[in-house]
Design a protein around this ligand. Structure first.
Ligand code: ZN
Ligand code: ZN
Length: 269
């Protein structure tokens, strides 16, 4: 069993955590250390259980609290070598453990795997954590497009945190200048609600228990619109788990990710 904590997600900060057997892994630390501590407290996540901080990429909304948290918690930072090179100057004496396409890293009860994503960062990753008894959680956002590597990494998971960044019509009619619109919608930008729905239908399998839509644009999306695009598509695909939408400003209630043969639970606590 994994407890998934989504402490917040959006262009002003992203932070999730998975916990199993008394060990937790932070995935991204895109709020100040103090804010991560405040949100962890509000969500009931004990930060003293954190054994590592995995970072998808170096952008501030994913990494700005990592340095101070790594020092305070005395834990390693797990990220791609290219991301580490960008962050190393701010990391002082934090330990780096390299994540990448062919790495399988053990951390407590977790096996952590990653693959490159298509995004305008040094060496961005999607990250999967598998617990020893078989449950698994994947985190993939800041995806310009879902590459075959991302599709392969995210197959057969128990829970997926996936970007549903924007409504395509809202983006086209937004006040963003055309060049910014093209960057967001481009292959190194962000995944739309429609693209997220299509990818989730493709990734759906009977063991998928929980889906969290994440990194919603504040200008070009709402939780209701993201849900309205994704929920019917997932339902038609046979999804019977729980669908959540991450919030920028507050943590979600912890999501209990349970794998049980033949039964789909994905309980929200
Ligand atoms: Zn981001
Ligand atoms: Zn980014």
């Amino acid at each position: 069993m994994i407890t998934l904590y989504v402490l917040g997600s959006g262009s002003r900060g992203n932070c999730c955590a998975v916990e199993s057997e008394g060990v937790a892994l932070l995935i991204d630390a895109g709020f100040s250390a103090r804010e991560v501590e405040r949100r962890a407290d509000a969500a009931g996540l004990d930060l003293s259980l954190v054994a590592g901080i995995a970072l998808t990429h170096e952008h501030g909304d994913h990494a700005c609290g990592a340095s101070l948290l790594a020092r305070r918690l005395q834990v390693p930072v797990l990220t791609a070598p290219g991301t580490w090179r960008h962050l190393a100057a701010t990391m002082e004496d934090a330990e780096h453990r390299p994540l990448g396409l062919c790495t399988r890293m053990e951390l407590g009860p977790f096996i952590i795997e990653a693959c490159p994503t298509s995004h305008d960062a040094a060496e961005p990753l999607a990250i999967v954590a598998r617990a020893s008894e078989g449950t698994s959680v994947g985190v993939a956002y800041d995806l310009g497009r879902p590459t075959s590597a991302v599709r392969y990494l995210l197959r057969n998971l128990t829970a997926i945190v996936l970007e549903a960044n924007h409504d395509e019509v809202q983006l086209r009619t937004s006040e963003y200048p055309p060049v910014v619109q093209r960057r967001i919608a481009g292959s190194a930008g962000h995944l739309s609600n429609r693209a997220a729905a299509e990818l989730l239908v493709e990734l759906h399998h009977p063991g998928l228990r929980a889906v969290v839509l994440a990194h919603l644009s504040q200008q070009c999306n709402t939780a209701a619109e993201a849900r309205a695009m994704v929920a019917p598509a997932l339902r038609r695909a046979g999804f019977r788990g729980t669908l959540h939408v991450a919030d920028q400003d507050r943590p979600l209630a912890p999501i209990l990710v349970v794998q049980k043969a033949g039964v789909q639970l994905g309980l929200a606590l």
